[in-house]
Design a protein around this ligand. Structure first.
Ligand code: 3PG
Length: 210
């Protein structure tokens, strides 16, 4: 059986906020601010000790949000994130063992790639939507345009170096399902508890359309 299709989830909004949460107490107010701005699909990176608890808190408090785990780098992260309540998984790159674990995951996955060969290996495993990371550093819009003809079945979620200034260029491409980025939840705004600013950034991002 092919892995669960992430496309319905990924296309709920043009932008998937990439969140790094240091304090569990910030998780739900942050999610509320982003959902209020029109971004219901949220990626919490597994980069902090608080990440799994943050995912669990958002999943419990906010059924209207779709919370997933990002920076999945090891096979064990797959089970831990799903157990915490992650409804999708994202990796920055996808070595073979991680690809195997993601292929068996019960939730949709966006495995990361940065080259055509990596994209082809993931397509061969049945993945149809891939994270393209680090997007700007790996060729950005030009890369995505160039691979559209040889890889017609694949859609991408580019992430890395994307912000309000260039997101629309990515979203204009037919093989881009959504973009990911941390710009909608700046760490200084989070540290200051400035959730109104985060809602406003989310509103602008949601208005980018596709
Ligand atoms: C990621 O984990 O996908 C990236 O770190 C997000 O990249 P950005 O901070 O450049 O948006």
């Amino acid at each position: 059986m092919p892995p669960p299709d992430p496309l319905p989830l990924v296309t709920r909004a043009p932008v998937i906020p990439v969140l790094t949460v240091d304090r569990v107490a910030d998780a739900v107010p942050l999610a509320r601010a982003l959902v209020a701005g029109g971004l219901p699909v949220l990626e919490v990176t597994l980069r902090t000790p608080a990440a799994l608890e943050a995912i669990a808190a958002i999943a419990a408090a906010m059924p209207q949000a779709i919370v997933g785990a990002g920076t999945v780098t090891e096979p064990k992260d797959v089970a831990e994130a799903v157990e915490a309540g992650a409804r999708f998984l994202v990796s920055p790159g996808t070595p073979a063992e991680l690809a195997a674990a993601m292929a068996d995951a019960p939730v949709p996955c966006l495995p990361g790639c940065a080259t055509v060969a990596e994209a082809m290996a993931l397509a061969a495993r049945g993945f149809s939507v891939l994270k393209f990371f680090p997007a700007e550093a790996s060729g950005g819009v030009r890369w995505l345009k160039a691979v559209a003809a040889p890889l017609p079945a694949l859609r991408f979620c580019p992430t890395g170096g994307i912000d309000g200034g260039n997101a629309a260029d990515y979203l204009a491409l037919p093989n881009v399902a959504a973009v990911g980025g941390s710009w909608v939840a700046p760490r200084d705004a989070l540290a200051a508890g400035d959730f109104a600013r985060i809602t406003e950034l989310a509103r602008q991002a949601a208005a980018l359309g596709r």
